[in-house]
Write a protein that binds this ligand. Structure first.
Ligand SMILES: *Cc1c(COP(=O)(O)O)cnc(C)c1O
Length: 384
């Protein structure tokens, strides 16, 4: 490795004033301490309490989506989002090949089959043109339903994911969903605070899912939320994530097999404190992008990923694009050895053992991108 990369690593350590810079750390202050202390003092730390209701309301306001239902994590949010969207056992679900494994797991928990589609180098998310071509190759409409000719299964839904907080090109996907009778379910786990054509992500489909895991743009320790503009679906999501218990003063009646997926009050308290800070986090992240841009300028054959023009992303994780002359793994070893935590984009899901026999489209772009994208430290830096 050469001098350029050492200078780069040292500049990042200077920026964060640390000998080892983690990829992404949560940012807390007195507000989190106050809210969590309030929970503990009141005794309301578990499944009921004022912070859960407040967090759900504030999420709905922030995202502009009518309803939010808080749950234990983003994977559970996705699973329930798919379930209430009508995904049945044996259905296929289109999703990008480059996403966190949870997208595929959530479908699999419902005994549905993930069907992987190539991504775009511009958005890093599901490529609508590739999807259209693929549907032409493998799909046919029977009784108003898209069928995979090769497997004879119904293709029920499309799950775009907004990679590292950068919105996918949603408009053509929405049109295709209408044309092929597919349900749009957004995996917005990484895109709280990201907007596509002026509208917050997660509210474009029938249902969307958010995550508040420890490394996301904001955290509740662990947590997630289901977003929908449909009151009936929101009520149903709340019902089945709270064990499908029929509301009653003392009786324990459950009218179907539900899930214990409710977000505890103590986590929601953290969420209320964190959500207020999202605009500040995003401003700091965009500032960081500018700083990184000037640093990356002095690296040969490397550029910084920037949002597509149709979108305003939250820049959750900063991303370097390496030209083919670079060896990704050598760079990752070098940066991690020199105090800068960095990691590659996920192994494409279609290459993972549990998923390597699932249906898929041509994945040329996925194969190109998997060795050329790395994430570098992205914790929002407080402007002093
Ligand atoms: C984080 C994440 C999830 C899952 O969220 P958890 O809260 O970790 O369960 C799902 N999809 C994507 C794309 C994610 O990044």
């Amino acid at each position: 490795m050469n001098e350029q990369w050492l200078t780069f690593a040292n500049a990042i350590k200077d920026l964060y004033q640390k000998d080892f810079v983690p990829l992404h750390e949560p940012s807390f202050d007195e507000t989190e301490i106050d809210y969590v202390t309030d929970c503990v003092k009141s005794g309301w730390v578990s499944s009921v309490g004022k912070y859960v209701d407040r967090f759900e309301q504030e999420l709905a306001e922030f995202t502009g989506v009518k309803r939010a239902v808080a749950v234990v994590n983003g994977t559970a949010a996705l699973q329930i989002a798919l379930k209430i969207s009508g995904v049945q056992p044996g259905d296929e679900v289109f999703m990008p090949s480059l996403t966190f494994v949870a997208t595929a797991n959530a479908a699999t928990y419902l005994q549905a089959v993930p069907h992987f589609v190539d991504v775009s180098g511009i958005t890093l998310g599901l490529d609508p043109e590739k999807l259209e071509e693929h549907i032409h190759d493998i799909g046919k409409m029977i009784n108003g339903q898209l069928i995979n000719k090769q497997t004879n299964r119904v293709i029920r839904a499309v799950v775009p994911m907004h990679t590292f907080g950068h919105p996918v090109d949603l408009e053509p996907l929405i049109k295709m969903c209408e044309r092929y009778n597919l349900v749009l379910v957004e995996d917005a786990a990484e895109s709280l605070g990201s907007y596509y054509k002026g509208k917050h992500t997660g509210g474009f489909g029938l249902v969307g899912a958010l995550s508040f895991n420890g490394n996301k743009i904001m955290t509740t320790g662990g947590g997630g939320a289901i977003l929908t503009n449909d009151d009936r679906l929101a009520d149903y999501a709340k019902h089945i994530t709270t064990t499908a218990k029929v509301p009653h003063r003392w009786a324990y009646d459950h009218d179907e097999i539900g899930y214990n997926y409710r977000l505890p009050n103590i986590n929601a308290a953290l969420g209320c404190a964190q959500l207020q800070k999202i605009p500040a986090f995003i401003a700091q992240k965009r500032q960081l992008t500018e700083t990184y841009e000037s640093l990356v300028n002095s690296l040969d054959g490397v550029s910084l990923f920037k949002e597509p023009i149709t979108a305003r992303g939250n820049y959750w994780l900063q991303t370097l694009i390496l030209e083919p002359q670079h060896n990704r793994d050598n760079i990752l070893d070098f940066l991690n050895d020199n105090g800068v935590m960095s990691r590659p984009i996920w192994t494409p899901i279609n290459e993972l053992k549990p998923y390597n026999k699932m249906p898929k489209s041509d994945l040329t772009v996925t194969k190109e991108l998997k060795n050329s994208l790395i994430n570098i430290p992205s914790t929002p830096l407080k402007v002093k």
